[in-house]
Design a protein around this ligand. Sequence first.
Ligand SMILES: [Fe+2]
Length: 434
Amino acid sequence: MGCQYYSPSENGADSFTVAMPRLTVGRGTLREVGERAQGLGLRRVALFTDALLASGPLVAAVLESLTRAGIDTATFSDIRVEPDDESVERGATFLRDASIDGIVSVGGGSVMDTAKAALVLLCHGGNIGEYFAPPIGQGKPIPGPLLPHIACPTTSGTGSECTSISVLRLNELNTKFVIASPHMLPTVAIVDPQCCDSLPANVVASTGFDLCCHALECYTAKAYTQQAKVAAANARQYIQGANPFSEMVAREAMDIVGNYLVRGVNDASDTEARDQLMWGATLAGIAFGNSGTHLPHAMSYGVTHLMRNIVTEGYAIASPFVPHGISVVVNAPAIFRYTAEATPERHLEGATCLLADTQGATPADAGEVLANRMVELMKATHMPNGLTAIGFKAEHVADLAASSIRQGRAIANAPRESNRVDLENMYSNALQYW
Ligand SMILES: [Fe+2]
């Protein structure tokens, strides 16, 4: 803890909090969901999933496990990918009518984030818009605990099973924003790597870069000691900045990306690599769940806000659609070139974990070395070559920056300050990489 990165600052935080669900990891552990629910004293649960998974073997395994444990279920699958406030309102209405005492979510980030937000409305009322931070919402705090939530991820990227945030599209603004509250942290996370066995390569790549950026952003975030001290212990949010716990976990996740991302994407039969990526996604979720992300995630929301006429292979979703991981990674090399100046050693360390050639590199090279390694990984996993490859041109840069500058909390968590012009420059530098 004596690391120079966490040196005290005037009025800065002098403590940090670590939180995570009770976590179980291993092949076949979906069969434990029933016993876990029983252990929480549940009698009737809502099973949240999406329309594709609802009739598949993963949901069948969970339902069987719950039935075996004597627990009644009611299934809700009317959740769109990139969930919106309407998905949440539908979910909350379902929960109110279903007389449940807990919830099980089986799916990617969209499903888990919808479950978290629907529970907020069930337990504390109101409409979901009120809970977003100003100027988007009224910043209404979530006043107390939610019903128990058992979260079971089916992709190796989001880490939502281990975070206390929900990312939702507000239809009125056509943009994604984050609701954060310690009360949204799932009670139990069950991470079964068999869920990823049949994922298409492009989905493994996109979600893998989401996990990669969660870990890199956590590792390079502003130190918690440089963030304002919270007025009350219970007011401390997940965006508390880099800290000794989150950096330790993020480092392991970055190592996993370096060793297994390309293998896991390019060979569906490489079970070792895919299992490791699932573990890495959970680790990165725990890491950023206790620190927050920064510019790559903040700037991804401009991309998903303004995308037009674009679909991505591997996703059966109507246009326009850019997967979350792609919307994040497509800007990341340009962003790390910008932020490296503030924490060069950490950017270089991240590059080392990703197996960049760092021989002879000095701190002044950190941004270039990390960005170049990310570009190598993007090429090796057939990711789009910058914003141009997903339909954006130089003429869109100003609008992208104007959209993303609204993500104040994440931008403030970056190690280097940035204004709208800085965002425009980063988007310009992200148009094309090779
Ligand atoms: Fe993410």
